[in-house]
Ligand binder design. Sequence first.
Ligand code: 3PG
Length: 307
Amino acid sequence: MKKILVATEKPFAKAAVEGIKKIVEEAGFETALLENYATKDELIVAVADADAIIIRSDIVDADILDAAKKLKIVVRAGAGYDNIDLSAATAKGVVAMNTPGQNSNAVAELAIGMMVFAARNNFNGSSGTELKGKKLGLHAFGYVGKAVAAIAKGFGMEIFAFDPFVDRKTIEADGIHYLENVNELYSTCQYVSLHMPANAQTKKSVNYDLLSLMPKGATLVNTARKEVIDEEGLLKMFVERADFKYVSDVEPDCKGFIAEKYLGRFYFTPKKMGAQTSEANNNAGVAAARQIVAFFTKNDITFQVNK
Ligand code: 3PG
């Protein structure tokens, strides 16, 4: 019987785990659960007899893949798969997938919530500002960027998007201003929300040159990955621009260097929580389980990311 391991250092909501189990067991497979694990060794032991693994931001590197002797497929229940060593997976003949779009609403709601939080001075009781009428720049227009745009419209924001992989027609069809040049996004928008994946092209791409273009009252919102930020540039912005705010669902490595005196101009969630809702857990977890069943029963590789 095939064993599907759900390995989540940050567990899914209970209902999502039940949903996964139901799908796996109805297909005649068995589920194993490793939640809240503290060391890589625990994961190494757990993967030994797994035919498939469902993960979140859990690291699946060459050591894990080496230890997973029976593994055929790993599914990242979520969007970003920068936590999987894709070349090692390919070399081992392991299919890697994600579940695109399944948790995007949760992340989008958090991005908007963070904008409100920053606009209201981190809820410190002082007089803040409104989002209505402000210019919002979406740096990348995938599932999350699109969902942020849909909510931001309701707030009466004017929305701009830059995404080298999405054409003008698609962006304009959503009633959004299409920008061809990333510099223009940053120089136009008081709010910039990041929605690109972390990869070789995007790492450290949000740098001082871009950030310093932002108009007065600049707020950068990061529900993507810390790696896309050039942290030297970020620190320089804090020093030079008293109006600059940074709200993020991913703590920067330079957190310790952001001086006390900038308190109120930044906020970091204690643990990445963009996709941490029962709905998103359920959508992404259940989709992952379905994709695994479809892979084993119909050889369906629709969502494979290491082709
Ligand atoms: C994603 O890439 O889907 C999000 O960053 C969510 O990550 P998480 O599953 O670790 O919360």
